[in-house]
Write a protein that binds this ligand. Structure first.
Ligand code: KG4
Ligand code: ZN
Length: 351
């Protein structure tokens, strides 16, 4: 069973973890959320600088907690794509340097493969192919997983990611950043049926709709119109009802299309991962609907839904088990399709 030190700095969380197979020996995350909150979103230059400051301390912390330094693990891994280039470089350069210094293999990991692997940090998955709903700040995708590294995308958002919609609507309601936890916090006493909102559908050129695709831009515009109308009408904004109605429609759309996809494709397990998977209403709806449709369901453990390095380590363990490691000169890429994650382990660097 390999032991891996993994580093993650693709966006606004700096993270380090030491994982043995699927057991987390130590995991540490330093969030920059408060700093970016002032600007209403992630400022790439600030993110890179904070990663440089935070990462050495995080590595020292997980080494002390696990009693294992970079020289004691079997491999060193870092997120290589996709993400903010300057931010990605911090973990990548640090990881490659440590690997070279200690004579260990280095693995560049696709960030979304990390999210897919986060579910393995919880209860073991039933065998067989399964469907993953990946919902984060940058992605909303339905991915069929046939085994380690074997991914087929079956659905996606054509505009905003679900997390991005949470962030934008939270800004509209003056709830701060990141929007998901802020909306969840105020929505609990709200009436989720008070405001009917659109469940954005994506048309097909040949007619009808993409059954497994998503669109959140119409919903965002509907929220904007609604808020402007309520402001004109005067009186305090019914923030709890607005937040609950928004959260409800996003959760319903995600759950309905994912379950339909799983049933149509005869995949009897549905897995929920990514930052938005932390959402209580979404988890609750998924549980109800999956039971109705006779689907097994799994969701990543709460601490590993949002960005972390433990999930990157699990992905690295799977790649190592397949005899893979990255070429020494592997760089970083802002965009890279998940289906091509295997190219991170070719003989020559793919980027
Ligand atoms: O996976 P993640 O940490 O980073 C990316 O790879 O994007 O996801 C961050 C996203 C943000 O948009 C944030 O608002 C959302 O996840 N999020 C939530 C919740 N916690 C985080 N959305 C809804 N409900 C939550 N409880
Ligand atoms: Zn992420």
């Amino acid at each position: 069973m390999p032991t891996v030190l993994a580093l993650e700095t693709s966006c606004d969380e700096s993270a380090a973890a030491i994982v043995r197979d699927r057991t987390v020996l130590a995991s540490a995350v330093a969030s920059q959320v408060e700093e970016h909150a002032r600007w209403g979103g992630v400022v790439p230059e600030i993110a890179s600088r904070r990663h440089v400051e935070a990462l050495p301390g995080l590595i020292a912390r997980v080494s002390a907690e696990s009693g294992l330094g970079p020289g004691d693990v079997d491999a060193i891994a870092a997120t290589a794509a996709p993400g903010l280039l300057g931010a990605l470089l911090v973990a990548s350069v640090t990881g490659r340097t440590l690997a070279r210094l200690h004579g260990k293999p280095f693995l560049g990991i696709h960030h979304l493969e990390g999210h897919l692997c986060s579910v393995q940090l919880g209860e073991p998955l039933p065998p067989g192919p399964y469907l993953v709903l990946l919902v984060s700040g940058g992605h909303t995708e339905l991915i069929r997983v046939d085994g380690p590294g074997a991914y087929t995308r079956l659905g996606r958002s054509h505009d905003d990611a679900a997390g991005e919609a949470f962030d934008k609507v939270a800004r509209l309601l003056n709830l701060g950043y990141p929007g998901g936890p802020a909306i969840q916090a105020v929505s609990a006493p709200g009436d989720p049926r008070r405001f009917p909102l659109p469940k954005g559908r994506v048309s097909r050129p040949e007619g009808g709709f993409h059954p497994y695709d998503f669109s959140f831009s119409g919903l965002k515009t509907a929220m904007l119109r609604l808020v402007r109308q309520l402001e004109q009408d005067g009186g305090p904004l019914p923030v709890a009802d607005l937040a609950a109605s928004f959260e409800q429609v996003v959760a319903e759309v995600l759950v309905e299309r994912s379950c339909r996809c799983a049933v149509d494709q005869r995949l009897n397990t549905l897995v929920l991962v990514g930052g938005v998977a932390a959402n209580r209403r979404l988890r609750g709806l998924l549980e109800d609907r999956a039971a109705r449709d006779g689907l097994h369901w799994r969701v990543a453990p709460l601490p590993y839904c949002t960005d972390n390095a433990a999930m990157i380590a699990v992905a690295a363990c799977e790649r190592l088990a397949a005899g893979q490691s990255s070429p020494a000169g592997l760089g970083v890429a802002a965009r890279w399709p998940l289906e091509r994650a295997g190219e991170l382990y070719g003989a020559t660097p793919c980027f």
